[in-house]
Write a protein that binds this ligand. Structure first.
Ligand code: RAM
Length: 352
C-alpha cells in the first residue's frame, strides 16, 4: 500500500481553509467559551464527547496536514472537535489554551508540546477535571499525558537523516543541524540519537557535527540561521534540518545562492513544499512520514481512552479506523508508521 489516503486532507486547498478556521479560533480564544457538545467528562460511546487539538503552532503547513487527519479521525470516532493554539511555537504559549479547553470541559486534549515540562501543571489540572491527554508529534514528560502518538520510531528518524546526508557528502565532512525550537522534545530526541550515532558508528567517523542552530519553526529566522551557518562555516558540506519549516527555508536560501549544489541539504520536509527544490536540484533527497496519519491515530487514541478501552499502558491496543490496530509500547508510546524517503523519482506520487 502506498501512503494513506488521508494525505488528501492535506491538499493545499483544504489545508488552507482549515488553517483559516484554526487561526480564527486562536484569536478569539479567551478561556471562557463553552465547548460544543458539553463535555461532562463521562465519555460514553463518543457521542457528545469533545476533543481539542492543540498543535505546537497554527501557522505551520505541517500542522495543517496533521490537523486534517485529526479532524477526519475525530469525525469517524464520533467527537465534536475544535482546534486551538498559539501562532508561534514558544514554550509557555500553549498554557492558556490548555486552561481554556479545561474550562470548557473537553473530554480529550491532543497536544504537540513545545516544551515537555512547561505544559505539565496545566495538563495535570485538565486531567483532574476529567480530560484524557494524548500527546502527539512532540511529547510531554510522560507524567503529564496518558499516551504519546509518535509518527515513527524516534531513532529511525535520526538514522534515516544521517544515512541520507552521508550518502550526499560521500561519508566525510562538516555538517550542521538546523532545528526548530530549542525546547521541542521531538527535535531534541532526534538530535540526541544523531549525536550518539555519529560518535559510535565507524561509517560516520569522518562526519563532524560542527553546529546546532534553532530557527524556531519560523521561516524567516530559519532562513537567516541558514545564511549564518554558511558564512560561519565555510567548509560546511551539509545541513540536516529535522523540521519541515527549517528544511523549506534552508532550501529557499540555498536555491538562489552560490552554495547550491555544493552544500547538501536533507531532513524532514513536506513533499508539496519541497517539490520545487528537488526539481531544481537544490535538494536530492529528504524524509518524512504521512502527517495526516498522526492526527488520525491521535483522535482514535482519545476515543479509546474516553471509552475506557485503554489506559495508555504498555500492551494496550486500540482500533484506529482505516489504519487498523495500533499497539501501545513502552512508556505509553504508540508508533504510527515508518519514514519514507522522497526524491526526484517519487515526489510527484505524494500530495501533502
Ligand atoms: C515541523 C515541526 C514538527 C515536526 C515536523 C517534522 O513542522 O517541528 O514538530 O514533527 O517539522
Amino acid at each position: 500500500m502506498m501512503l494513506f489516503s488521508r494525505a488528501r486532507s492535506g491538499s493545499p486547498r483544504r489545508g488552507a481553509s482549515f488553517a483559516a478556521v484554526a487561526v480564527t479560533v486562536a484569536l478569539v480564544a479567551t478561556g471562557c467559551a463553552a465547548a460544543d457538545g458539553g463535555g461532562d467528562g463521562s465519555g460514553g460511546e463518543g457521542g457528545g464527547s469533545t476533543i481539542a487539538f492543540l498543535p505546537k503552532q497554527l501557522n505551520n503547513p505541517y500542522t495543517d496536514v496533521v490537523l486534517g487527519g485529526g479532524e477526519d479521525g475525530a469525525k469517524e470516532a464520533g467527537f465534536d472537535s475544535q482546534v486551538l493554539g498559539p501562532l508561534e511555537a514558544s514554550a509557555s504559549a500553549q498554557i492558556p489554551f490548555i486552561e481554556q479547553a479545561t474550562q470548557e470541559g473537553t473530554n480529550v486534549i491532543v497536544i504537540a508540546a513545545n516544551d515537555p515540562d512547561a505544559v505539565g501543571p496545566s495538563l495535570s489540572a485538565a486531567r483532574e477535571a476529567g480530560a484524557k491527554i494524548v500527546a502527539f508529534d512532540s511529547d510531554t514528560d510522560p507524567d503529564y499525558r496518558d499516551i504519546f502518538i509518535s509518527q515513527v520510531v524516534a531513532k529511525d528518524v535520526a538514522l534515516i537523516q544521517l544515512e541520507i546526508i552521508s550518502e550526499q557528502i560521500g561519508g566525510a565532512g562538516d555538517v550542521a543541524i538546523l532545528s526548530a525550537t530549542a525546547t521541542a522534545s521531538n527535535q531534541n530526541e532526534w538530535i540526541k540519537f544523531m549525536e550518539e550515532e555519529l560518535a559510535s558508528n565507524p561509517d560516520y567517523a569522518d562526519i563532524h557535527l560542527v553546529a546546532k542552530v534553532y530557527g524556531d519553526d519560523d521561516a524567516d529566522k530559519s532562513f537567516q540561521e541558514t545564511q549564518g551557518l554558511l558564512s560561519s562555516y565555510p567548509n560546511l558540506k551539509g545541513i540536516i534540518s529535522p523540521t519541515t519549516v527549517g528544511i523549506a527555508a534552508a532550501a529557499k536560501y540555498l536555491s538562489t545562492s552560490d552554495y547550491k549544489g555544493k552544500v547538501a541539504l536533507t531532513g524532514l520536509g513536506l513533499p508539496n513544499e519541497m517539490r520545487e527544490f528537488v526539481k531544481d536540484d537544490t535538494v536530492k533527497e529528504f524524509a518524512l512520514w504521512d502527517p495526516a496519519q498522526l492526527g488520525y491515530v491521535a483522535a482514535f487514541a482519545g476515543k479509546a481512552l474516553v471509552d475506557g478501552d485503554i489506559t495508555g499502558a504498555e500492551g494496550d491496543s486500540f482500533e484506529a479506523g482505516d489504519l487498523g490496530t495500533i499497539e501501545v509500547g513502552k512508556d505509553g508510546v504508540a508508533i504510527v508508521g515508518p519514514p519514507t524517503r522522497f526524491n526526484a523519482d517519487n515526489i510527484d506520487d505524494y500530495d501533502f
